[in-house]
Design a protein around this ligand. Sequence first.
Ligand SMILES: Nc1ncnc2c1ncn2[C@@H]1O[C@H](COP(=O)(O)OP(=O)(O)O)[C@@H](O)[C@H]1O
Ligand SMILES: N[C@@H](CC(=O)OP(=O)(O)O)C(=O)O
Length: 781
Amino acid sequence: MTKAVHKFGGSSLSSASRYQAVANIILSQCSAGDSIVVSAAGKTTNTLVKLWQSHVQGDAQAVNDIVLQLQAQQSQLISELLQGEAARELLATLDDELRTVTSASQQAQLHEATLLAHGEVWSARLLAAYLNTLGVQARNWDARTLFTLHQGQLLEQKNQQACLSAIDGEHIHVVTGFIAADSEGQTVTLGRNGSDYSATLLASYIRADAVSIWTDTQGVFSTDPRKVASAIKYPKVCRGQANLLARLGNPVLHAKTLSPLKNTAIKLVVRSSYDPEASPTEVVKEGYSKAKRFITTLENCDLVRVEQLQAGEVRELSQLIQHSIHHFSQGAEVFLLVPAAFTHQVVHQLQGRANLVGSNLNGCAVVAPSNEVTSLYQQARQLLETQEVVVRASHIAQEYALFLTDQLIDADLLAVLHDRLITKGQELAVIIAGLGNVGEVFVAQCQEQIAHLQQSFDIKVVGLLRSNQMLFAASGITLSNWQSQWQNEAVSYTKADLLARIGELDYEHKVVIDITASESFSQLYPDFVSADCHLISANKYAGTAPNDWYQQLRSKLQERNLYWRYNTSVGAGLPINFALADLQNSGDKIVEVEGVFSGTLSWLCSRYDGSETFSELVLQAQQLGYTEPDPREDLSGRDMQRKLLILARDLGLTLDLDDIELSPLMPDSLAAGSWQDFLANRTELDTFYTAQVAAAAAQGKVVRYTGILQQSGATLTAKVGIAFVEPGSALANLTPGDNIFVIRSQWYQNNPLVIQGPGAGKEVTAAGIHSDLYWLIQQLK
Ligand SMILES: Nc1ncnc2c1ncn2[C@@H]1O[C@H](COP(=O)(O)OP(=O)(O)O)[C@@H](O)[C@H]1O
Ligand SMILES: N[C@@H](CC(=O)OP(=O)(O)O)C(=O)O
């Protein structure tokens, strides 16, 4: 049986609704025998630290106020999650504990670690009780009964025995993070953010298979995603870099998190409790992922030079102040970066061997592959200079460059640094679905196109998919001979196989290019987005799916900073979506889009001159491959209806397909029945069409099949069908097969903007998809 440990940090337990979300994750993802390690709710530990500081300062009033604050916060959580006896019991225990805190403070008997431990104890107790009310057999553990340290060292055997006998296979075990006991039974803590470490320790003792660190971001990013919206989520990060980030004070993982995993195969992932479906970051062993670029900030540190630093002394100092301390050597000198609040303690401990060389410093560190560090160091220095940041001290090591300044690296400055230093030299994985007419041309053009785009991005086609087989190579498919690779290596696949392969890709960016005409493939878009893929579609189904589904997809894309381009779904390579977006973005108001958006119907109506019957023309078009296999698909007008809906949604209208009036280019009697029936009765089509031609001629006009979207005040007209147009108009004089879009706007009123040209064809459609890819890369740069 597999065993998992899930750790939920304070950010995942910051309110009753967050506890509920956590419980839902546990209900859906955990089974008996799994362990849940919890931190203190929200910022409770910070509040407890303040309480301790007030106590040390002898400020009884502040101690009281903070106790009341804690009581209010915890009681609210309990009351919102539990009822009846369960609630009463926890509220009474909370009261007792807080009364004990107050009296211990009054009697000068408060113990720091014991005080700080309350946060985790409250969380574990409440979560276990809440899970019980949901019918989960949950057990609550105080980690002081599981983890013992003697003089700062873990008593491995004792701890393992304690954990193995506690964590049975019948319950879900809710365990306090952050705390342990010393050999006298006194509380000790594992350092701020230490619950990550508790989780991996527990996992190593009980020989779990996996640890999930659930937090409020979807994984480990190139920089703090809460400060820089364009931060890149990395699917994989190697342990060494994760550890280095932690040692530089980055909060996403605690510095000791990785040590219990050494020499184990325990899988570690970081994922979001706010978005459990989003693909996580896996922290993998060295060599299992490429080194990535990161930028992390430091705030309010002191730089301390130390003489004769002994081995293990930094660890002891970190233990003393409950914070990780970054240290580095320059020549014979060793420096420590100490959180300013603890410098006094550290200097005191070092007994005359420490000199303060810089105080209240801020800064940033660029972590990168070792061959990039020197050049990034130089670029960063120049960049900081142009941003008028005075560097007080800097350090370059094999895997990172560190800059210390007096100025704060705020979110704006961090965004600039990230943009210039981190988002260069990125990789984009391309997955192409649909290798029909257009798909094959697209792949054939890819080699040259990619070489052209390569200057800014390292682009690799990693997947080629047909409806039932796929060729996947994470390191890239050689496009010059993909056909023979396909012959030898393509395999049949399921949706789960495809998503698993995409999930394993270790690229900064991924894009799925859908050149299929498959509705079921389009239904996978939400899964692709959950796996952090951008989308490019020639396929019209997702763009015309029911509005709720469509809007959910759009918001999911937005939440993840992902792009969706679908220029070729309307008018093939014609830049209609670009034009509409550009006009709207520049402040114009579009009042009407009218046109012929079907190459087939354009060809039929423009070619008809009465010398052949309409049905003969339809059969000719079928033979020339201009129509769908059953030409009634075209004659039904559905395809144009879909395209009009895509344009309407681009204009911000929340329409559904059925909101667009549709009248087909054939009598209803022919729409039903088999193709044979159609052939047998095709004269009905001819009668239908000649009647339309005669009616048009009576008005001095000609027949065309058009779509129109018109906004006039509060009235919206959206319809697709037969229209009688002036013989001299642009719509009437269309080259057979071409599409035309006539756009009327505030700026283009009497003389409309006309976009006209081939609206189908494999070369132009493939070129349009390349244009979407180019656009995507411009956005990512
Ligand atoms: N490179 C990064 N990737 C992800 N998160 C980061 C990064 N750098 C900083 N962070 C911050 O780390 C926070 C998560 O750590 P923390 O607040 O300790 O979470 P928890 O309470 O779940 O333990 C995120 O909210 C984010 O702001
Ligand atoms: N509650 C402790 C331990 C911890 O790990 O918290 P979090 O998981 O929220 O970072 C702290 O705030 O330091």
